[in-house]
Design a protein around this ligand. Structure first.
Ligand code: NDP
Ligand code: HSE
Length: 432
């Protein structure tokens, strides 16, 4: 074993970074044996230097991350600050100054992964980011390496722990939305700005990363259709239950049937209780990968939190250090297919639409006509008169598979009917 240590700069020492530092210290001899050389924490960049950080030598703490990545003696930079800047500049600077990089930063990878990959390649260094998608679950490496000889057609799953935690609490214990979000934040699952979780940005960033790797093309955050869970009501959850379903925030990346384009989307969806994703509880994540030769694979595990995420970071650290000692690098960007990303209107799926309608003869026929005129076939209809005496009824329509554009046209036309007082909710139905 080499006795000279590999030097690691840790950028960020919050929920994830503090666990990375702890495991690096407590498992130092095992890591050294697995890598073939000791790894030494050479500096820790933070924003608030006076904060007490248990187990970390105060002499290592700095607020000057820029100087730390430029030191020249650093072998690996671990970036767990988050956000776009200064993370992007720090990572590119790390490559320029000879270090490889491990990052958990899905927001940056989805926003500008191309710049990071290009800088890594230009300087012959590694860029690893297993922790950026689905916490502890090995998913990036299986897609980048194990399935590199297969053709992936679909990736579908729950990739955000915070929103799964919230939906699970609302569904199982009737907890309120804010109460469940506060609990997820206290447990270290939520992003620094939890809007990223609840508005679906975090899951959309992960979908962009997964689609890019799975389909060997370049997919950015802006290419991903996104709806968060802020519009999901207790009534939607109750309605899903009546249908034998539950509501989950899903990320779905698909290759078109003709193979000429891909789609990537994140939105709440009803899934049957019999589907394996329905039983994914709390902050766990689960992802199905469908590949031509392999068939269907399922990846499941803790999707957020300091310790699970640190596990993925440390796995990357070991891999990058091994490459370093072997004077080699792991896989870089693979975007040779250059497949375009189609708009949401091209996606074909099923829908659950809840309408408030006038409770009088002929309304059902009127509504059914609008669906037929837009080529959207109805599977089931449930009408329930209300007891509030205002002459309204609730009408729940579940459709067969139809293009999203056709459904949007249907809803627009329904809103114009005098007898439709309101569209209470529209939710896609997946996993059947
Ligand atoms: P935290 O907010 O807990 O930690 C961020 C850390 O970065 C803090 O230590 C902070 O310093 C430091 N920091 C912020 N700005 C700067 C700066 N300009 N210079 C130096 N240090 C800075 O975030 P998390 O640990 O939760 O997340 C880190 C990354 O990991 C993000 O990209 C996130 O998306 C990703 N991630 C998080 C997961 C989770 O479950 N939490 C799971 C998977 C990925 P200080 O301590 O002084 O405030
Ligand atoms: N905020 C993220 C989540 C962290 O809840 O999934 C893990 O990426």
């Amino acid at each position: 074993m080499r006795t000279r240590p590999l030097k690691v700069a840790l950028l960020g020492c919050g929920v994830v970074g503090s666990e990375v530092a702890r495991i690096m210290t407590t498992h130092a001899s095992d890591l050294a044996a697995r890598i073939g050389a000791p790894v030494e924490l050479a500096g820790v960049a933070v924003r608030r230097p006076s904060k007490v950080r248990e187990g970390i030598d105060p002499a290592l703490i700095t607020t000057d991350a820029t100087a730390l990545v430029k030191r020249g003696d650093i072998d690996v930079v671990i970036e767990v600050i988050g956000g776009i800047e200064p993370a992007r500049t720090l990572i590119t600077s790390a490559f320029e100054h000879g270090a490889s990089v491990v990052s958990a930063n899905k927001a940056l990878l989805a926003e500008d992964g191309a710049t990071l990959y290009a800088a890594a390649e230009e300087h012959g260094k590694d860029l690893y980011f297993e922790a950026a998608v689905a916490g502890a679950i090995p998913l990036i490496r299986p897609l980048r390496e194990s399935l590199a000889g297969d053709k992936v057609n679909r990736v579908l799953g729950i990739v955000n722990g915070t929103t799964n935690f919230i939906l699970d609490k609302m569904d199982s214990s009737g907890a309120g939305y804010s109460e469940a979000l506060d609990e997820a934040t206290a447990l270290g699952y939520a992003e620094a700005d939890p809007t990223a979780d609840v508005e679906g940005f975090d899951a959309a960033a992960k979908a962009a990363i997964l689609a890019g790797i799975a389909f060997h093309t370049r997919v950015r955050l802006d290419d991903v259709y996104r709806e968060g869970l802020t519009d999901v009501s207790a009534a939607d959850i109750a309605s899903a239950k009546r249908m034998g379903c539950t509501v989950k925030l899903l990320a779905i990346c698909e290759r078109a049937a003709d193979g000429k384009s891909v789609t990537a989307r994140v939105h709440p969806a009803m899934i049957p209780l019999s589907h394996p994703l329905a039983s994914v509880r709390e902050a766990y994540n689960a992802v199905f990968v469908e590949a031509e030769a392999a068939g269907q694979l399922m990846f499941y595990g803790p999707g957020a939190g300091g310790s699970p995420t640190a596990s993925a970071v440390l796995g990357d650290l070991v891999a990058v250090c091994r490459n370093r000692l072997a004077e080699s690098t792991g896989p870089g960007e693979s975007a040779y297919t250059q497949l375009p990303v189609s708009p949401m209107g091209d996606v074909v799926t099923r829908y659950h639409i809840s309408l408030d309608v006038a409770d009088k003869p002929g309304v059902l026929a009127q509504v059914a006509t609008v669906f037929a005129e837009h080529g959207v076939s109805i599977d089931t209809v449930r009408q329930q008169g209300r007891q509030d005496g205002n002459g309204e009824a609730s009408l729940v329509v579940v459709t067969h598979r139809a293009p999203d554009a056709a459904l949007s046209g249907t809803v627009e036309a329904l809103r114009k009917l005098d007898t439709v007082r309101g569209v209470a909710s529209i939710m896609r139905v997946e996993g059947e």
